[in-house]
Design a protein around this ligand. Structure first.
Ligand code: PMP
Length: 351
């Protein structure tokens, strides 16, 4: 017998690289290429550092109210956490406690199986169709809960809201989590459904469309009862997960709708241009509704393209996993960054 027999052994999630070198074009973690809203700079200037001696507001009222007001929902239907990773981790812990398997696609956000393993939640990874779309009917079976990223990652492909609604409706005895990390770049949010279905949790983040990955702010919407259950678990875990700057700066960021609309349209416009240029180079990909494109080339290995881009100062993401090892997930940067990407890819394809 050894103490090691009692260790909770897990295989952790591997986040995308955050390189120390400057001058690199970083298209590997779906960050927004534009800075946070101007109001965030103001709010930071106005912060009184001497307040940091105190604990932050455990209910994050200022941030919760700002999110509730932006989306016109009751603040009691809003949960906040340290990035949507924290929100999702709390949701798995709170809602997935049956002996039945939870369901999520085989190709999806690779943190879901990590949380399931961490919490010892049994799960089934439901294969996406050949074209990487989700067949909603696969989720009309007995299960312990459902998690769908919509649009899905890393594929970028979105399901229409009607299909999400059917999945939620057919699973009224379990919680359905819809992870909308990328929804602001072209997906249809399930938020309007929370008043109709008490088993739906919609999760979003400040990390992508609000240019605040470094602040770690995520949030979720659900009926009051469901949000209360989430807070009960969160407050049994750690009362003060959100620090003062993230509460203040998050509230400032969400208040600026014009900047939000402007920057997400810029990302969408660059994505559509990049799709056209990648297609001209022969790349194949689904119709991304996110701030990344998940593409492969019929004549070249994903690993070779990845290595060549890296040697030329461009980092993208590649997952060495079944079905997708030939693919590259390319985040949408500025127009200049995408021009450089296309230039380097063109050179590679000529060699
Ligand atoms: N969901 C999906 C589908 C993601 O791709 C990410 C980003 N890695 C997250 C959730 C978590 O993002 P964050 O914790 O920064 O909100």
């Amino acid at each position: 017998m050894s103490w090691e027999d009692n260790v909770r052994k897990v295989v952790p999630y591997t986040p995308g690289e955050q390189p120390k070198i400057k001058n690199i074009i970083k298209l590997n973690t779906n960050e927004n290429p534009y800075p946070p809203a101007p109001g965030v700079v103001e709010a930071l200037k106005n912060m009184d550092v001497s307040d940091y001696r105190k604990y932050p507001d455990p209910s994050c009222t200022k941030l919760v109210d700002a999110i509730a007001s932006f989306y016109s929902v009751d603040p009691e239907k809003v949960f906040v956490g340290v990035g949507s990773d924290d929100v999702l981790a709390m949701a798995f812990l709170t809602f997935f406690n049956s002996d039945k398997n939870i369901l999520f696609p085989d190709i999806t956000y690779s943190f879901y199986d990590v949380w399931a393993d961490l919490y010892r939640i049994p799960y089934t990874q439901v294969p996406l169709k050949e074209d990487f779309t989700i067949d909603p009917e696969d989720y009309y079976v007995e299960n312990g809960g459902v998690v769908i990223a919509n649009p899905n990652a890393p594929t970028g492909v979105a399901l229409p809201l009607s299909a999400i609604e059917e999945i939620v409706r057919k699973n009224s005895d379990v919680i359905v989590i819809v992870d909308e990390a990328y929804v602001d770049f072209g997906g249809e949010s399930a938020l309007p459904l929370i008043d109709k279905y008490d088993n739906l949790l919609v999760v979003q983040t400040f990390s992508k469309s609000r240019s605040m990955a470094g602040m770690r702010i995520g949030y979720a919407f659900g009926c009051k009862k469901l949000i209360k259950y989430l807070y009960d678990v969160k407050f049994s875990f750690n009362s003060y997960t959100m620090n003062m700057p993230s509460i203040e700066l998050g509230a400032a960021a969400i208040a600026d709708k014009d900047y939000f609309d402007k920057t997400r349209s810029m990302v969408i416009a660059t994505r559509e241009r990049a799709k056209k240029e990648l297609k001209d180079l022969g790349f194949e990909f689904g119709d991304s509704m996110t701030n990344f494109i998940f593409a492969k080339h019929p004549d070249k290995h994903g690993k070779d393209i990845f290595d060549y881009l890296r040697q030329n100062g461009i980092i993208v993401r590649r997952f060495d996993l079944p079905r997708i090892s030939e693919y590259l997930r390319i985040s949408i940067g500025t127009d200049e960054e995408m021009d450089e990407l296309i230039r380097v890819l063109r050179k590679f394809l000529k060699e």
